[in-house]
Design a protein. Structure first.
Length: 124
């Protein structure tokens, strides 16, 4: 079986986050104000995720498909207050928030992969 992966972009990420918030329906285009509000949360979120060494993206024009959906959930959750929402709804019976579940999903697919970060050496 061949799985075709499609690289996603920042525009796809913001629109997918708007869908998770229930602001954007299937086949609709985003209101510019709504798009800009969610888009303003992209850089701080990615800076945080890179600071904790969860992900490392070279560019937002090539978001790997394996982290795209969880990243969109995190972005939606970060942007929810601007739309009067408390966050992305969680699955019934879940003990975790949507953000925590998305974090765990990204961690699961990135765990054990090379980070290409220089190892810090400590001399005795």
């Amino acid at each position: 079986m061949v799985i075709i992966t499609q690289i996603k972009t920042r525009i796809d990420l913001v629109n997918h986050a708007l869908e998770h918030l229930g602001i954007l329906g299937a086949g609709q285009t985003a209101n510019p104000e709504d798009y800009d509000e969610v888009n303003s949360h992209v850089e701080p979120l990615l800076a945080h995720l890179e600071a904790i060494e969860l992900i490392s993206l070279e560019t937002l024009d090539e978001i790997p498909p394996e982290i795209f959906h969880p990243l969109a959930i995190m972005l939606a959750d970060e942007s929810a207050l601007a739309f009067g929402l408390v966050g992305v709804p969680v699955a019934a019976g879940s003990q975790q928030t949507a953000w925590q579940q998305a974090f765990d999903d990204i961690k699961l697919v990135t765990y054990g992969k090379p980070t290409y970060i220089a190892q810090k050496t400590e001399y005795f």
